[in-house]
Design a protein around this ligand. Structure first.
Ligand code: DC
Length: 232
């Protein structure tokens, strides 16, 4: 069977990464969380005070981009690749609400996008990859054999993210999480460079009323069919 590229895009907290990881495992493909790369650049910007509540020194970040090295290393125990920033595992540090609050302006920066898209395309050049994000089916892999566009109501998504953050021990309020989800939806959809859009040939998938298992079964079926189609 030929390997294909699977692009999963959608609004924040739609469960993209959950199903992308499951699909990659079931198919023996590599999973790449492109959002983790934008989050890692954001963490770097926070650590270097390029961004905080009252400023975003965009040019300083752009001038420093060459010093940001992002990589992934597979963790056998977790069953997926964790993200590293300049050699340090930052998988946990990038998932905080604080990083979520600063990631949108960083992800809007064209120079940042250019650098990360190039790296993402390199990681997927041999196919056999499941990548999730906002622009995977439109910009990173416009020729992907299977494109999924995930959606769910803002409240459903905020509830999921809220419980995730609580499980991780973060002290957060549901209203703040909902506010962040709605705000990021708006910024991701309206930014000038690579806004969140459903690719014309993407399959729209609303999982508000589906269990994780039902969602996986449906998407695994679509992936199998796409692989067979592509191997003919
Ligand atoms: O998937 P996530 O919530 O971890 O992504 C974090 C942010 O990164 C999200 O608010 C938008 C941005 N992002 C992007 O602009 N393009 C991508 N391909 C992936 C994420």
């Amino acid at each position: 069977m030929q390997k294909i590229t699977i692009a999963i895009d959608g609004f924040s907290s739609t469960g993209k990464s959950t199903v992308a990881k499951q699909l990659a495992k079931a198919l023996g493909y590599v999973y790449v969380d492109s959002g983790a790369m934008y989050r890692a650049v954001t963490l770097y910007s926070m650590q270097n005070d390029y961004i905080n509540d009252d400023h975003f020194h965009i040019q300083k970040l752009i001038d420093d981009l060459k010093n940001i090295k992002i990589s992934f290393k597979f963790n056998d125990e977790l069953g997926f690749a964790e993200v590293y920033l300049n050699g340090k595992n930052v998988e946990k540090d990038i998932r905080t609400l604080e990083v979520s609050n600063f990631v949108s302006p960083v992800a809007e920066t064209s120079e940042v996008r250019k650098m990360l898209v190039k790296q993402q395309q390199q990681m997927g050049k041999d196919k056999g990859v499941v990548m999730d994000g906002r622009d995977i089916g439109t910009i990173v892999f416009p020729d992907a054999e299977l494109k999924i566009f995930m959606n769910a109501s803002a409240e459903t998504r905020a509830k999921r993210r809220y419980h995730e953050l609580l499980d991780r021990g973060e002290d957060v309020q549901y209203d703040d999480v909902l506010h962040n989800v709605v705000l990021r939806d708006g910024i991701d959809s309206n930014r000038e460079d690579s806004p969140l859009r459903k690719a014309k040939d993407a399959i729209e998938f609303d999982n508000s009323d589906l269990t994780v298992e039902e969602q996986f079964n449906t998407l695994y079926g679509l992936a199998k069919r796409a692989i067979v189609e592509h191997s003919k």
